[in-house]
Design a protein around this ligand. Structure first.
Ligand code: AGP
Length: 602
């Protein structure tokens, strides 16, 4: 959950690295470090703080050299401090490296290395790697060979950028279970945890797979297998993201920009999948044993997917949090199973582990992913992309609604193939889905009024989000958005559950956000709202019925829609409400405390 960037070429390496680090800061932001090399000497600067703070404090932009690597850290082993910041070095100071991941067997390795006389400075697992390479170099004499032998001793996940003073024309990059991508320029090369870090310079990329390493000079690159040292043929891919897409475009925060991008990316998701969804639907239509696995917001998309599959395709998927799936369903997944994994990053460790288990058991695996070429797409048999572009804000917004669009298309297509629904009804639903981007555009016009509402609510300590049926995942997601960025306690639950306990927490002025579209449970929902209101709750409702308006303190009017299409538009005001509450409370919504964009450790 750290960010890595590397550069070799004719530019001042520190400038490229610092820019890259700023774009990677969403991956981790407790400390920052850079190593550059010039004339066989390494220059290392690192410290605690944001990229801007460390750049200023340590004068990172004055570092000499035309090759180097940088790192922005999200601590796993060792508290955030200057010594634990990366790069980490060996005893000779000739090897410096940056690392994203966790070395599980670092304690044993460290003990053995200390016995052999190595001196450690930090508490990190990363430093072990530098000393291990140094140790292997003693018997090998060849750096590449020593690197391979050292890395084969590691258990865990690692993406690495490595500089060695004695080989002044090259950098090494390694990947195992943590993302790493090469950027191929003309007379210069890049590597990073994520494409936006170097997108300003090149959009030609090569994705490394697990247990692969790359040797990169300014004019060449080669990728090899870690186990054998054999060369691997890799495809250069062209990424169609512009730099502007990866930057804030004038919005104060990435999160707000990404909320406002939803009409466009929803159109992209719908158009981009028009053909491929039918192909995928044909391939999966015969499966009856279906699991949907995901984490966090993607898990809420999975829950919406369940309702869509049930109502339209008459299939009943089991939706499971990926971190539980591996342990609970190990014996139940088999070659007759379809496992659908939903992950925006394609790098979430729990989701990848669930996918790998499914593959081992012979299941068919379909991934719904945003990041092209990410690990999930390489594990899956089939992939549907959400086409949302890079999402930098830690809180998932546009990737969620595009996941919902893809799931809706898939469920409609399955229903067509299986003839589980009336053809005209499906056509109508599809037509209405195509209108959603326009409706979301209208909903975004509520931004100012949602800011005003947030001002009224900013001192509240607890929120409840309730829904029924397909509204339940929206309630859960609304609550997740609020807690992760505003740090206000929020609970999402089915409205029917209120009376079974949580109602005891409702007292005068407690906000209850009711997701209440017209549909088969609307009347029941109204009764639940009344129950909360009778205990003093402050009712904020989303819906399109006049009866709902009458019982609400605040009514957020939504377009009249088929209930199955409501999860996309209904989440948008809740994203905006959470955003404004976070900002009004002085938080940076792009970088919520304790959280990282992709959770690449289990
Ligand atoms: C939500 O705002 C969070 N960013 C988080 O819950 C996220 O959805 C989860 O970590 C899963 O990420 P993924 O979609 O990249 O797998």
């Amino acid at each position: 959950m750290c960010g890595i960037i590397g550069y070799i070429g004719e530019r001042k390496a520190c400038e490229v690295i610092v820019k890259g680090l700023k774009r990677l800061e969403y991956r981790g932001y407790d400390s920052v470090g850079v190593v550059t090399e010039e004339k066989g000497k390494l220059y290392v600067k690192k410290g605690v703080g944001s990229v801007d703070e460390v750049v200023e404090k340590l004068k990172l932009l004055e570092m000499p050299g035309k090759r180097g690597v940088g790192h922005t850290r999200w601590a796993t082993h060792g508290v955030p401090n200057d010594i634990n910041a990366h790069p980490q070095r060996d005893c000779t100071g000739k090897i410096a490296l940056v690392h994203n991941g966790i070395i599980e067997n670092f304690a044993e390795l460290k003990e053995e290395l200390i016995r052999k006389g190595h001196r450690f400075e930090s508490d990190t697992d990363t430093e072990v790697i530098a000393h291990l390479i140094e140790e292997e170099l003693k018997s090998s004499g060849n750096f590449e060979d020593a690197l391979r032998r050292a890395l084969l001793k590691l258990k865990g996940s690692f993406a690495l950028g490595v500089v060695y003073t004695e080989e002044p024309d090259r950098l090494y990059f390694v990947r195992n279970e943590s993302p790493l991508v090469l950027g191929i320029g003309k007379g210069e090369m890049f590597a990073a945890s994520d494409v936006p870090a170097f997108l300003e310079y090149t959009n030609k990329v090569v994705f490394l797979d697990d247990m692969e390493y790359a040797i990169v000079t300014k004019n060449s690159w080669v990728v090899k297998r870690l186990e054998t040292g054999e060369k691997v043929e890799k495809e250069i891919r062209t990424i169609d993201w512009t730099l502007e897409m990866a930057e804030k475009s004038g919005f104060p925060h990435f999160m707000l920009k990404e909320i406002f991008e939803q009409p466009r990316v929803l159109r992209d998701a719908i158009h981009g999948n028009a053909k491929v969804v039918s192909e995928v639907a044909r391939e999966i239509a015969d499966y009856d044993k279906i699991f949907i696995v995901a984490m966090g917001t993607s898990y809420h998309a999975a829950l919406v997917g369940k309702y869509l599959f049930q109502r339209l395709a008459k299939k009943v998927p089991i939706v499971e949090d990926a971190s539980e799936f591996r342990y609970e369903f190990e014996d139940l997944v088999d070659e007759n199973s379809l496992v659908i994994a939903i992950t925006q990053s394609g790098e979430t460790a729990d989701t990848l582990a669930a996918m790998k288990l499914a593959k081992r058991k012979g299941a068919k695996v379909l991934a719904i992913v945003n990041v092209v070429g990410s690990m999930a797409t390489r594990i899956a048999d089939l992939t549907l992309y959400t086409h949302a572009g890079p999402e930098i804000g830690v809180a998932a917004t546009k990737t969620y609604t595009t996941q919902l669009a893809v799931l809706t298309m898939l469920a409609i297509e399955l229903a067509r193939i299986l003839k589980t629904e009336n053809r005209e009804r499906l056509d109508e639903l599809e037509e209405d889905l195509r209108k959603l981007p326009g409706l979301v555009e209208e909903i975004l016009k509520m931004n100012e009024s949602l800011l005003e509402l947030a001002k009224d609510l900013k001192e509240k300590r607890d929120f409840f989000y309730i829904g029924r049926g397909i509204g339940v995942p929206t309630a859960l997601e609304g609550a997740l958005k609020l807690k992760e960025i505003s740090y206000i306690h929020a609970e999402g639950l089915s409205a029917g559950e209120l009376k079974h306990g949580p109602l005891a927490l409702i007292e005068e002025g407690v906000p209850v956000v009711a997701v209440a579209p017209n549909g088969k449970t609307f009347d029941k929902m109204l009764s639940n709202i009344e129950e909360a209101k009778a205990r003093g709750a402050y009712i904020i409702s989303l819906g399109s019925s006049e009866r709902l308006r009458e019982v609400s303190d605040v009514f957020i009017e939504m377009p009249k829609l088929n209930e199955l299409l409501t999860p996309i538009p209904y989440i948008v005001p809740l994203q905006l409400l959470a955003y404004h509450l976070a900002v009004l409370r002085g938080n940076n919504p792009d970088k919520p405390r304790n959280l990282a964009k992709s959770v690449t450790v289990e």
